[in-house]
Write a protein that binds this ligand. Structure first.
Ligand SMILES: Cc1cc2nc3c(=O)[nH]c(=O)nc-3n(C[C@H](O)[C@H](O)[C@H](O)COP(=O)(O)OP(=O)(O)OC[C@H]3O[C@@H](n4cnc5c(N)ncnc54)[C@H](O)[C@@H]3O)c2cc1C
Length: 404
């Protein structure tokens, strides 16, 4: 491609989603990733074994982009969320029926979603997925931005989109400052088989070391995201299957009957990473490159899709008006739309982690009071459910399920 409208660094879930959204609007897109996105099989060392809780508004976006049908068959609906605090008898219970008929979200397998996005992209003549290459340099002129790869190849567009994850090279090459806050916690991810059906319930139990979440998958299986202090997490992850199941049962209880780890198992160190600005001259950040957060609320990628929807909308509108899609006014509009949502979700997620990863008695009393209040006051509860579903506030067209 001579010159694209957008050059996207990173073919993770955010990069592929933004490529598809821009192609839907008729923009010409080049995507490059340091590894081949189709080669990252979950069982290979670098493969993504994770699942993602996709909120209702994210599902609407993926449906509007034609990427939902291929994953729908295996996506397990979340009908109910139960949150409990260690040994406290108090718990919160969010039933989807409190706000309507739609499930609150679905659990999807990351690699299946990636493949669905890649299949849709393969059918779009506007998109070129370049051979694997690593971003080395960024140069910006008043009219264009160019990424140079370590092998010397150059990709030029009206805009460079940094979708290259929490250690984003584009972000540092564009000199965008970042706040980093390591949690000293890591999440152990595995798939768990259990004797009793999960009935569409997502469980999250807060323990002093971190939350333990079991999220419904097809059949009698759930996705485990078990957070602990990092050294403890490494030790637990190395346990054999029987000892691992016993340690998990000790924390989670036996409400799903006997638990069996099905693997593969992997550990993800956690860190908050927040870019101070999402834009620079002819550069925009999306997804984890802009904001990486603790998985406690299962919102990281959902927030990334909200970036995707907003960026695609401002760029598509600019092109329709005959304007430059990488112009400073377009990027300012993107930044304005994303700043509040991103900052508030990061702050509330961080607060939740600190409030619950704590065994001090007065702190426990305060959070139990909070749990009790949300549980007993229906408007609070409905708001919390809509927040998890991603349907609060003014949403871009794609998140309402409308075409761009
Ligand atoms: C344990 C865990 C559970 C989670 N659960 C949920 C959940 O339930 N719901 C939810 O919404 N979110 C969840 N998240 C968050 C979610 O996984 C991330 O927000 C999401 O995967 C980020 O996708 P991304 O495409 O922005 O970044 P990445 O997946 O990091 O992709 C970045 C891509 O850029 C490429 N790249 C990097 N550097 C370069 C370079 N220099 N040159 C070229 N290419 C480069 C990489 O190879 C990679 O393919 C979870 C996270 C964790 C850790």
């Amino acid at each position: 491609m001579e010159r694209a409208d957008a050059v996207i660094a990173g073919a993770g879930l955010s990069g592929l989603s933004v490529a598809l959204a821009l192609a839907e609007a008729g923009l010409r897109v080049a995507v490059v990733d340091r590894s081949d996105p189709r080669a990252t099989h979950p069982r290979s060392p670098g493969g993504d074994i994770r699942t993602t809780a996709i909120s209702l508004s994210s599902r609407r976006l993926l449906t509007a982009l034609g990427a939902w049908d291929a994953v729908a068959g295996d996506a397990e609906p979340i009908l109910d969320i139960r949150v409990s605090d260690a040994d406290s008898p108090l718990h919160m219970h969010y039933d989807h029926k409190a706000v309507g008929d739609e499930p609150m979200g679905h659990i999807v397998v990351n690699q299946a979603l990636k493949e669905s996005l890649l299949d849709r992209l393969a059918a779009r003549p506007e998109v070129v997925i370049a051979d694997p290459g690593t971003v080395a340099e960024l140069s910006v002129t008043p009219a264009a931005a160019t990424l140079t790869l370590t092998d010397g190849r150059r990709l030029t567009g009206a805009l460079v989109v940094g979708a290259d994850g929490r250690d984003s090279a584009v972000r540092s090459l564009a000199r965008l400052r970042v706040t980093r806050l390591p949690y000293r916690q890591s999440s152990i991810v595995d798939t768990i088989g259990h004797d009793l059906p999960h009935q569409g319930i997502a469980h999250e139990r807060f323990m002093p070391g971190g939350p333990v979440a079991l999220l419904p998958l097809s059949g009698r299986r759930s996705a485990l995201v078990w957070t602990e202090r990092s050294a403890v997490a490494e030790r637990i992850a190395r346990l054999d299957d029987d000892a691992f199941a016993a340690a998990l049962t000790e924390r989670f209880g036996d409400s799903l009957g006997r638990l069996r780890p099905l693997g593969p198992r992997r550990v993800f160190p956690l860190e908050l990473v927040a870019a101070e600005s999402f834009v620079a001259d002819r550069v925009a950040l999306v997804g984890d490159a802009a904001h990486a957060m603790h998985p406690v609320a299962g919102q990281g990628f959902n927030l990334g899709l909200r970036d995707v929807a907003a960026l695609a909308e401002v760029m598509a509108d600019a092109v329709r008006l005959g304007l430059d899609p990488g112009a400073a006014t377009v990027l300012r509009d993107y930044q304005r739309r994303r700043r509040f949502d991103s900052a508030s979700l990061m702050a509330s997620t961080d607060g939740l982690v600190r409030l619950f990863s704590n065994d001090v008695t007065p702190v426990r009393a305060v959070r139990d009071l909070g749990l009790g209040l949300v549980e007993r006051i229906p408007p609070f509860k409905r708001m919390a459910i809509r927040h998890a579903m991603g349907t609060l506030g003014t949403l871009p067209r794609l998140l309402r399920g409308e075409p761009l």
